[in-house]
Design a binder for this molecule. Structure first.
Ligand code: SF4
Length: 428
């Protein structure tokens, strides 16, 4: 038994409220249950209770055993001075204030329905892929879909933290932050870090300066990445880029990244960082300030079209400098474009909309996410086996959030699905 069951029954009022009384027999009337506090300090704040005709306003603290008050050292913490009611599962020790008076205690053990505690223990003890795997099919689809909509927003809000740090690093420069976020997305999964280092070592202002000239732009990107050097520059195009980069390096005092940062192993050639960089160059050519353009777009197809601009002729036939490519790498693959939209472009749009309080942008980001196909990774496949099939990317993102943030930590009582399951009859 953990304290979260007490928080749940208090928050949802799922306990016997008839003739409440303190452990010493004084009548209690709850006028307001207060607000759940998820930070430091007492569990519920701004509660109001009447005890023996005296009205009290303040905090409510909860513990499995009343002696936990001392075990958690609340007796020495000023934040707990204004606790007006101690709600416990079991009262094993009176709790006193500094002035020697007793903190009124309400014991819930006999007031919570047996079915509820049984279901709670069932979920806590379950060792299946998700604790509710065998019973989730009983939950009505409306509860599931509205919970998933909330989780998709929660996931976007969490991703916004990364963008906030980028904004801090770039002195609140939106385009520079978006450029860095997009570069990072092009490196996923194996080359995320070198792409991020490249973006940090190659400011957008330089990309801007040479974006009208594809050769100069590629010289800048490949040269600065360290993927281009005198050894790999064997064919005429690579040699031309190398010469251009020598000029740019001296002119702008550039220092290339070490080539050893880049990973080519265990990946298909179309995912090689050289190919991804050529695709990135195609996208920023002539339009380096992408965020302003994307935020004006009205459909996800327009964004995907922008991501699938053809690479320069050399990269249509090569995977690396000197190699002859055989597959089609002329544009970013459809699945990769979707992943970049799902993980970076739409969350950034949402983040910017929130930051500037532009609801049309946040709504647009969410509705575009709904237009994309769901991801097809192992987690989404497992959800399907459990009976929950994501209809679109918004739901697949929500399911990833649910698994990682709630199911894996057994936070079933904070989950709308769990809140339904815990009240079900006849769990196995
Ligand atoms: S957190 Fe929700 S979905 Fe996950 S196992 Fe618990 S009840 Fe099920």
């Amino acid at each position: 038994m953990k304290e979260d069951i007490l928080h749940f029954v208090w928050r949802t009022k799922k306990f016997d409220l008839h003739k409440l009384e303190t452990s010493t027999g004084e009548p209690i009337e709850i006028l307001s249950f207060g607000q759940h506090n998820h930070d430091q300090g007492p569990d519920f704040s701004n509660a109001r209770v009447k005890i023996n005709e005296t009205l009290w306003a303040g905090h409510v603290e909860m513990h499995i055993k009343s002696s936990d008050w001392y075990r958690h050292r609340h007796d020495t913490d000023l934040a707990y001075e204004n606790v007006i009611l101690h709600v416990v599962w079991e009262d094993d020790q009176p709790v006193m204030r500094k002035d020697g008076t007793m903190i009124p205690c309400l014991v819930l053990k006999q007031r919570v329905p047996h079915q509820l505690t049984y279901n709670y223990q069932y979920l806590q003890a379950s060792e299946t892929w998700i604790p509710c795997e065998k019973v989730i099919h009983n939950v009505d689809p409306l509860t599931v879909s509205s919970w998933l909509s909330r989780l998709a927003v929660e996931r976007f809000v969490q991703k916004a933290l990364t963008f906030q740090s980028l904004m801090k690093e770039t002195a609140q420069h939106v385009e520079e932050s978006f450029y860095r976020a997009l570069m990072s997305a092009f490196g996923l999964p194996q080359n995320k870090q070198p792409f991020e280092q490249l973006a940090a070592a190659l400011p957008l202002s330089l990309i801007d300066k040479y974006s009208h000239d594809r050769t100069m732009l590629e010289a800048l990107l490949f040269g600065q990445s360290g993927l281009l050097n005198s050894k790999v520059a064997q064919d005429p195009y690579a040699q031309e880029l190398w010469q251009q980069y020598q000029y740019l390096m001296h002119k702008h005092s550039l220092q290339p990244l070490p080539m050893s940062l880049w990973k080519f192993g265990r990946m298909r050639p179309p995912s090689f960082p050289t190919v991804r960089l050529a695709q990135f160059a195609a996208i920023v050519a002539d339009q380096p300030r992408l965020f302003a353009i994307i935020s004006e777009m009205d459909s996800i197809d327009e964004i995907k079209k922008l991501l699938k601009k053809p690479v320069s002729p050399y990269w249509q036939k090569h995977y690396r400098f000197g190699d002859q490519g055989k597959g089609d790498t002329s544009t970013l693959g459809a699945a990769t474009a979707d992943i970049i939209c799902i993980n970076t472009i739409l969350p950034f749009l949402f983040f910017y909309g929130k930051q500037r309080r532009i609801d049309t942008l946040t709504d647009k980001a969410l509705s575009m996410l709904e237009e994309l196909k769901p991801e097809n990774n192992s987690s989404i496949k497992n959800w399907k086996k459990s009976g929950i099939t994501a209809k679109n990317a918004m739901e697949s993102q929500a399911l990833l959030q649910l698994k990682k943030t709630y199911c894996d930590q057994k936070k079933c009582l904070q989950c709308s699905i769990g809140a339904k399951i815990i009240q079900q009859k006849n769990l196995p």
